[in-house]
Design a protein around this ligand. Structure first.
Ligand SMILES: Cc1ncc(COP(=O)(O)O)c(C=O)c1O
Length: 393
């Protein structure tokens, strides 16, 4: 069954929430609301890109921050556009110094990139290639694997363990011969799970001395405080082989600005940056990132908001007796108890895009958390799914 987003939003305004679930969605007025108000709650009108309308799809597919950057950062973005005719002057130094101060490292230990995706490109160029293996989890964020393939590396895909953690004992075995790079995504994408810090520490003590380890902390801010998770930049381990990558795309809401960074030893940082232009980050992105680092209240708000949105999502999952992998990120892997392709297609017909299917977890779908009104529309569309295809999985 298909209903247009316009009709979907209109029907939501009547107060009907979901069929099976009776829980109210956090922060969402179930009382009558106009379509415009619903849409405004989803994306402020003032922030709609040129030409975007309520007919555009709801994007729950790339783990973006649905709330966007803070008002302060938006102000800086607007102001910075006016100097778009100038090459960067002091912006890189300012941002690098801020990051160095934040992480209590020297400025030579910071490498800026056009998104942390560019840091992955740098790592592939520096440490992979023919005769050098990439060891990574399956499933994990696929970009580095694709880069490794392009560079002619062998790839060792090691299935996650039963708890959806990186299986470090198997990864260690695979890294003992000809490995150039080990990739640990923590929390992991697409599972949203944590690999315990203690196990990573133990893994590092046994790893051959010449193997570099890239710990991707793109989703760091969303991990709930726990004994098993601690960032390797917030509490460094003093191991010169460890590179940590971070991004401004998630908690800071700057995915479209394409800015991220790595923290490494000065020697490794130099090797990462070698062969890459040192002027590729835009003035606007660098200024926005600096402002985002200063706006610590917005980071706090983002962490709280995501935790609430995630809890509400799990409430809705439980109300429908679905299964989901416990997430420490801004997305959740759900077993829809029916063929994932059907679910992806049904939601797409209802103008809702969710993540792709992951072959290593082919009974699951990945849903990025949207705003409360977007999630209300998501569950409303979910409940329109025909029951015929339903099966125990
Ligand atoms: C684990 C992980 N690393 C890196 C990236 C790339 O992010 P960006 O290039 O926007 O910093 C993503 C994007 O979703 C990701 O999930």
């Amino acid at each position: 069954m298909h209903i247009s987003r316009r009709n979907l939003l209109r029907s939501l305004g009547t107060g009907a929430v979901v069929g099976a679930a009776t829980s109210t969605l956090r922060g969402w007025p179930i009382a009558p609301a106009t379509e415009e108000a619903l849409w405004r709650n989803s994306v402020p009108m003032s922030r709609l890109p040129d030409g975007a309308t309520a007919a555009d799809p709801i994007l729950l597919y790339r783990n973006e921050n649905p709330y966007g950057p803070s008002e302060k950062v938006l102000g800086v973005l607007r102001e910075s556009a006016a100097i778009g005719n100038r090459y960067p002057r002091t912006e890189y130094e300012t941002l690098t110094d801020k990051l160095a101060a934040l992480h209590k490292v020297k400025r030579e230990q910071i490498v800026l990139g056009c998104g942390s995706g560019e840091i992955l490109c740098m790592a592939a160029a520096a440490f992979l290639g023919s005769g050098k293996k990439l060891v990574q989890a399956a499933p994990t964020f696929p970009a580095l694997g694709k880069l490794a393939q392009g560079a002619g590396s062998e790839i060792a895909d090691v299935p996650l363990n039963k708890r959806y953690e990186h299986d470090l004992s198997v990864m260690l075995d695979r890294a003992r011969t000809s490995a150039g790079l080990v990739y640990i995504v923590n929390p992991n994408n697409p599972t949203g799970t944590i690999t315990p810090r203690k196990e990573i520490e133990a893994f590092l003590t046994k790893l051959p001395a010449n193997v570099i380890v890239l710990i991707d902390e793109a989703y760091h801010h969303f991990a709930s405080p726990s004994a098993s998770y601690e960032s390797f930049v917030d509490r460094p381990i003093g191991d010169p082989r460890v590179i940590v990558s971070r991004t401004f795309s998630k908690i800071y809401g700057l995915a479209g600005m394409r800015i991220g960074y790595a923290v490494a030893t000065p020697e490794i940082a130099k090797r990462l940056a070698a062969g890459f232009p040192s002027w590729s980050v835009s003035v606007v992105s660098a200024r926005a990132a600096s402002a985002a680092l200063d706006d610590v209240d917005y980071v706090r708000l983002g962490i709280k908001r995501n935790a609430d949105d995630r809890q509400e999502f799990m409430n809705q999952v439980n109300a429908r007796m679905l299964r989901a992998i416990d997430s420490q990120t801004n997305f959740v892997m759900v077993n829809p108890m029916r063929p994932p392709d059907e679910v992806i297609e049904h939601l797409k017909k209802n103008d809702i895009l969710i993540g792709p299917k992951y072959p290593a977890l082919d009974k699951y779908i990945r849903v990025s958390l949207g705003t409360p009104s977007e999630m209300l529309a998501f569950w409303r569309a979910w409940d329109l799914m025909p029951t015929t295809g339903k099966m125990a999985m």
